[in-house]
Design a protein around this ligand. Structure first.
Ligand SMILES: Cc1ncc(COP(=O)(O)O)c(C=O)c1O
Length: 443
């Protein structure tokens, strides 16, 4: 992996929009990040609030309805920020739903999806009055219907279908193929059965179709193909069953820059998709459905950088220079899960001629806990702060307490000020699940 030594904002750099070099090194939101490391400790996730707002506005302009996929990063202030910018929120579990409700997101602005929702989750969602429940399979449609009738509700639902379009940066991120564990395949009769069941259920109101083809997609073509497949299916539903698809939710997956990739252009993609949908609907002779999208990474991914402090430097037997930092796979498992790469740079650049290629490794008990290869770093490294770019999405939310490591703090920066959004976990936090009273045994 190559590291960017001079973060400059721009469409194809992984750095947040306000990132630039000041007298004290890298600044984000007008705050020198070295100062943030001293004040809040490391590892530290720093979010550029301006970046978040701009991405929300770009998406709101490009698409008629936008849900923020809370799985990318769930923090109360973040959920409030995106909702204040006119976005709704997509929850993937009872836990994310609970976070949305505690954040004060109006239930009508929340959608709940998931391929294995438990009865308590369905109960909580319908009980709270969520705007949309995304039903994954036939049995769930029956369960949701039963819950809604018991609660005296009529719940708006989308039926998740598999459009048969493959996309995504890693096999684990591809969800739209026939092998997908999510939703009902449109070409098998199962999706039609699901929609018909939802239409006939007295406790449910069928509003439309839902799909998600994959994540970190850098090309608009698979989304266009998904719109084609879904609209053709909506046409079939209209002709054969007289069912109207009011909403077409094509999911998230819009790709961002991690190293130097061209990100998906949201404005162009939005207008291409809307045009394609209009044409496909005309071809099928159906009213144009409302197009909804559910990005997570595209909103919060590039807004975040993670700060680490170098604790040790050594030369490995193979001659590589290693710098070990105070975080790693516990705060960012993406490199280990997906072979993902993040640009890494020193917060204060090395003096010219002083840098040597260094592998930045994490602190955890796994040899694969490598943060970045071949980063040009200076001679005096121990105690220095390094910054990893584009860590806002699927880092904190996929984090763990491996090696009993407390999760980092999360701060947002804006207008030369920092605001703590999530405090750093403590050893007491990690201890809170221990049962200390005499152990109850099960015979
Ligand atoms: C159904 C659904 N919607 C939206 C998303 C968000 O994807 P991304 O963060 O890549 O935009 C995901 C991610 O897994 C998803 O499964």
């Amino acid at each position: 992996m190559s590291a960017s030594l001079s973060p400059t904002p721009g469409p194809s750099t992984p750095w947040p929009v306000t990132a630039h070099w000041g007298d004290e090194g890298l600044e984000v939101g007008g705050v020198p990040v070295d100062r943030l490391a001293r004040e809040f400790g490391t590892p530290l996730l720093v979010l550029d609030a301006e970046h978040l707002r701009r991405r929300c506005r770009e998406l709101r302009t490009a698409f008629p309805r936008v849900y923020f996929a809370a799985k990318a990063l769930t923090a109360r202030r973040l959920l409030r920020l995106v909702n204040a910018e006119g976005l709704r929120v997509l929850a993937a579990s009872g836990g994310e739903l609970d976070a949305c409700l505690r954040a004060g997101i109006p239930p009508s602005h929340i959608a709940l999806h998931g391929n294995c929702k438990g009865d308590p989750e369905i109960d909580a969602a319908i009980g709270a009055g969520v705007g949309l429940l995304v039903c994954d399979h036939l049995e769930e449609i029956a369960r949701a219907d039963a819950v809604a009738r018991r609660l005296g509700r009529r719940q708006d639902v989308l039926v998740r279908v598999v459009p048969g379009v493959a996309a995504g940066a890693h096999p684990s991120l591809v969800t739209g193929t026939p092998a997908s564990k999510f939703g009902l395949p449109i070409d098998s009769g199962a999706a039609t059965a699901g929609v018909v069941a939802a239409v006939e259920a007295a406790g449910l109101r069928f509003r439309g179709l839902h799909a998600h083809i994959g994540s970190q997609v850098l090309d608009a073509a698979p989304f266009l193909a998904s719109v084609d497949a879904l609209t053709a299916f909506a046409g079939e539903l209209a002709r054969r069953h007289g069912v109207e698809t009011e909403i077409l939710d094509i999911g998230g997956g819009f790709g961002i820059t991690y190293l130097d990739e061209d990100p998906l252009d949201l404005a162009c993609t939005g207008s291409a998709l809307l045009e394609r949908l209009r044409r496909a609907a005309a071809r099928e002779g159906i009213p144009v459905p409302l197009l909804a999208v559910e990005p997570g990474r595209a909103i919060v991914g590039g807004a975040g950088v993670t700060l680490y402090r170098v604790g040790a430097v050594k030369v490995a037997a193979d001659g590589r220079r290693l710098a070990a930092v105070d975080g790693g796979m516990s705060d960012n498992p993406r490199p280990m899960l997906y072979g993902a790469q993040h640009a890494v740079a020193p917060v204060v650049p090395a003096r010219p001629g002083e840098a040597s290629m260094t592998t930045v490794v994490g602190r955890h008990c796994e040899s694969g806990d490598v943060i970045a290869e071949a980063v040009p770093l200076g001679a005096e490294l121990v105690g220095q702060v390094l910054v990893a770019a584009a860590t806002g999405a699927y880092c904190y939310s996929l984090s763990s307490n491996y090696n009993r490591t407390p999760r980092p703090a999360v701060v947002a920066v804006h207008g030369s000020a920092a605001q703590l959004w999530l405090r750093r976990e403590t050893h007491d936090d990690l201890d809170r699940l221990e049962v200390t009273e005499p152990a109850a045994t099960v015979a």
